[in-house]
Design a protein around this ligand. Structure first.
Ligand code: UDP
Length: 361
């Protein structure tokens, strides 16, 4: 069996790191029925600290194809990726195309596979924010619809698909758990402090969603809150390149106790997650990782796809309003939810993907 994996953005490298490792383990125990994985890197994220570092740290096999498509608007980026991925698929003739999450690389891979009638597996399927202004929401809805098998991380993802009528479609739905849980279990023991000096008892923050960075009011409010919070508790912020350029564009001042550092690798991120006292983020992945590492999380968005975190009191949506963020921050110290719940599976999500691909081939 041959699988072409399409990846291009940081969270996809991390997720595929777990799944590629499971392919390698499967092949070691099943040498006669081995699965060959051909990795295509679209180039959406290309800085070494947004891309190479994950291949090195997670031992992800070297991509067979580097498309180097980046720095373009949504249309040009998705269109060029579609064109180039189609060429790869015509050469490779795989049994499966596998795509992750909700980026332009995901959608381009999905369209290329479906137009060539190649079976498509979508990892992290069924998630919805119900906000059609998010490019990610459009990408995930369209990708789900042209998939052959949908690997869903949560019950809410399954229920979203049911509500959209997927039970009447010829698309297999598998609840496999969360591959990010697999990655955190696989790599937790390798957690390593970043090169920069990290203060003790700090809050870990990331900000990069377009709805926050591209809106000057929201970004200014968020940084006003981070500056204010950092006067009480140091804040560590590995800064996404996109956010960095908007901070400069909007001339946002950064307080001295707000430690902005370059984006870090995955093992450094695991160190920060293990050692922080609270997470404040607009990242999808980090909301879950906060939960994996038993840290309360404030989410700088108006909605989330990870609703079970909200429903069970592990996470609170605070949007980008200064007063709301500050009120939730003051309240965060008194939150002690029961982290023993099993929301995202037990680290077997990647193995279940392989089982699913074999079952539905
Ligand atoms: N991450 C990382 N280094 C950083 C910031 C984030 O390794 O400097 C990891 C983080 O731990 C998580 C993933 O990147 O596993 C989340 O990616 P991102 O926030 O870019 O995307 P999203 O999850 O929102 O799609």
């Amino acid at each position: 069996m041959k699988v072409v994996t399409i990846i291009g953005a940081r969270p996809q490298f991390i997720k595929s790191g777990a799944v590629s490792r499971s392919f390698i383990e499967y092949n070691q125990t099943n040498p006669k029925e081995s699965i060959s994985e051909v990795i295509v890197h679209t180039g959406q994220h290309y800085d070494s600290n947004m891309s190479d570092v994950f291949f090195e740290q997670m031992n992800i096999p070297k991509p067979a194809y580097q498309l180097d498509i980046n720095g373009l608007g949504h249309g040009a980026m998705t269109g060029q990726m579609l064109e180039e991925i189609e060429k790869v698929l015509l050469i490779e003739k795989p049994d499966w195309v596998m795509v992750y999450g909700d980026t332009n690389s995901t959608l381009a891979g999905a369209l290329a596979a479906s137009k060539l009638h190649i079976k498509l597996a979508h990892i992290e399927a069924g998630l919805r924010s119900f906000n059609m202004r998010m490019p990610e929401e459009v990408n995930r809805i369209l990708t789900d619809r042209v998939s052959s098998v949908l690997f869903c991380p949560t019950d809410s993802a399954i229920s979203n698909l049911e509500k959209e009528g997927y039970n009447d479609l010829d698309i297999a739905i598998v609840k496999n758990g969360d591959v990010m849980m697999d990655a955190s279990l696989m790599f937790s023991a390798f957690a390593k402090a970043p090169q920069e000096e990290i203060p003790s008892n700090f809050i870990l923050t990331t900000v990069h969603r377009a709805e926050n960075t591209d809106d000057p009011e929201r970004l200014k409010n968020i940084f006003k809150a981070l500056n204010t919070i950092s006067q009480e508790t140091p804040v560590v912020l590995p800064l996404h390149p996109r956010t960095k350029s908007f901070i400069e564009k909007y001339d946002i001042q950064l307080g001295s106790n707000l430690h902005c550092i370059d984006p870090v690798g995955y093992v450094e991120m695991l160190y920060l997650l293990k050692n922080c006292s609270l997470v404040l983020t607009d990242s999808g992945g980090l909301q879950k990782e906060a939960y994996f590492f038993k840290k309360y999380c404030l989410t700088l968005r108006d909605e989330t796809e990870w609703v079970e975190l909200i429903d069970n009191g592990f996470n609170k949506l605070v949007g980008a309003d200064f007063e709301t963020i500050m009120a939730a921050f003051k309240n965060a110290h008194s939150q002690s939810p029961d982290f023993s719940l099993d929301l995202y599976g037990n680290g077997e999500a990647s193995k279940k993907i392989i089982e699913g691909l074999l079952k539905h081939k």
